[in-house]
Design a protein around this ligand. Structure first.
Ligand SMILES: Cc1ncc(COP(=O)(O)O)c(C=O)c1O
Length: 416
């Protein structure tokens, strides 16, 4: 099937959830994707932050080939060789004590929410006073299942599915006074993304993160850090919370963990973990041998190739170059983010849309989120020369399009 026939068939057959861009990718190598005509595209999005080691990485290929020949699935009724190996690595790099494996980001976040509720139930049974309410943040995005959408701030993700999980209140982003005003012993968990992704690459301030930690400590509520987009090296540290020197009680991880094989993980402290006993939570596929084997290969490759330092260096260069664009183009209002999780705010949604589309025409893949933010989540293998190619293209496009700035907003493309 070619692109046109695939488009026609999908339009008829699939649930109408995605507005796909009209490109058909058939393979990839390194930081490049190849379309059905053999054209190469520089990928600055990595499948929304997933293909961390790019495409066709030998360590990933070897892990898939080896594990697929031996064993794909046994269920969580039995042991297999890879779970403990992976959990050991994840607890080492996160500072957490225990891991629950699942299959996607939203499933990891649901586990985090359920853990916070279970922890508060246990506390009440022990005679402590703690409620069932969650505080979540303005601009947050935690996924598409009922608990995840309940803690996601944008109405369009939540309201059509009402009633979603109850007992959630939203706090103004980085507003410590609002957080303190809304916090009480009714709260069982504070939810935050240390660097918000779908919301437009916004970093939680150190003061806000510290206040959330202090408030949770004062009652025994859990601090839940969603690192599904920012985790596993994306920001130049294993977890973005490590930039702040603040340890949450629970963190979630998904996108890059198995480089495209679906996997999620919820990690927590020993204290939080005490609320869960066998049978309370689980999954058929979660933590299967294939996903675990690939995730082990991803972490070992990142360690062996010192990729955190590489992300910091290339990400720092990328951010500096984006700042240069801001100096040269009035339509660029802000550059945000850390490591290879970067956003450039444009003063017009229509212009941001045009720029993303024109980058695609030049065979450079970027994405727009929250209407006005150009988002960059490239594979960790990105080199400075790739950054320069992208910046030159952006420079030319912004120069040619400046006259569009200031026109009416258009719909956004985010569907993480
Ligand atoms: C911070 C965050 N949490 C949760 C999710 C949901 O992950 P998934 O799409 O794998 O369910 C996303 C996806 O973009 C995310 O960025």
């Amino acid at each position: 099937m070619n692109l046109a026939s695939i488009q026609a068939a999908e339009k008829k057959l699939l649930l109408n959830t995605y507005e796909r861009n009209p490109y058909l990718f058939v393979s990839g190598k390194g930081v490049f994707l190849e379309d059905e005509n053999g054209a190469q595209y520089l990928d600055l999005l990595s499948g929304i932050g997933v293909s961390a080691l790019g495409y066709g990485h030998p360590a990933v290929e070897a892990a898939i080939a080896d594990q697929s020949k031996r064993l794909l699935h046994t269920s969580n009724l039995f042991f297999h060789e890879q779970t403990a190996e992976l959990a050991l690595r994840l607890t080492e790099i996160s500072g957490m004590d225990r891991v629950f494996f699942c299959n996607s980001g939203t499933e990891a976040w649901e586990a985090a929410l359920k853990l916070a509720r279970a922890s508060s139930t246990k506390a009440r049974e022990e005679g402590r006073k703690i409620g069932t309410k969650f505080l979540a943040l303005e601009h947050s995005f935690h996924g598409r299942t009922m608990g995840s959408v309940a803690t996601t701030s944008k109405d369009k993700y939540r309201l059509p599915f009402a009633p979603v999980m109850g007992d959630v209140e939203f706090v103004q982003f980085n507003d410590v006074a609002d957080l303190r005003a809304k916090f009480s012993d009714e709260v069982c968990g504070i939810c935050l993304e240390p660097v918000q992704g779908e919301g437009g690459i916004h970093e939680v301030s150190k003061e806000f993160f510290a206040a959330a930690r202090e408030l949770c400590d004062s009652t025994g509520a859990l601090l839940l850090a969603d690192e599904i987009q920012s985790g596993l090296g994306r920001t130049g540290k294993w977890f973005a919370y490590q930039h702040y020197g603040i340890q949450p009680d629970v963190t979630t991880l998904a996108k890059p963990i198995a480089n495209g094989i679906p996997m999620g993980a919820m990690m927590c402290t020993e204290r939080a973990a005490q609320a869960i006993t066998p049978g309370m939570h689980g999954t058929t596929f979660g933590g299967g041998p294939l996903a675990c084997a690939v995730a082990i290969a991803v972490i070992d490759t990142m360690r062996k190739d010192n990729l955190l330092a590489h992300i910091e260096e290339v990400g720092g260069f990328f951010k500096q170059q984006l700042e240069g664009l801001k100096q040269r183009h009035d339509c660029v209002t802000e550059v945000r983010g850390m490591g290879l999780m970067l956003g450039m705010e444009i003063n017009s949604a229509e212009l941001a849309k045009q720029v993303a589309a024109q980058m695609m025409e030049r065979r450079i893949i970027i994405n727009r989120t929250s209407e006005t933010v150009l988002r960059f989540l490239p594979p960790y293998l990105l080199e400075k020369e790739h950054v320069t190619t992208a910046i030159d293209a952006l420079d030319e496009i912004l120069k040619a399009n400046t006259q569009l700035a200031g026109s009416a907003p258009a719909g956004d493309q985010a569907h993480g």
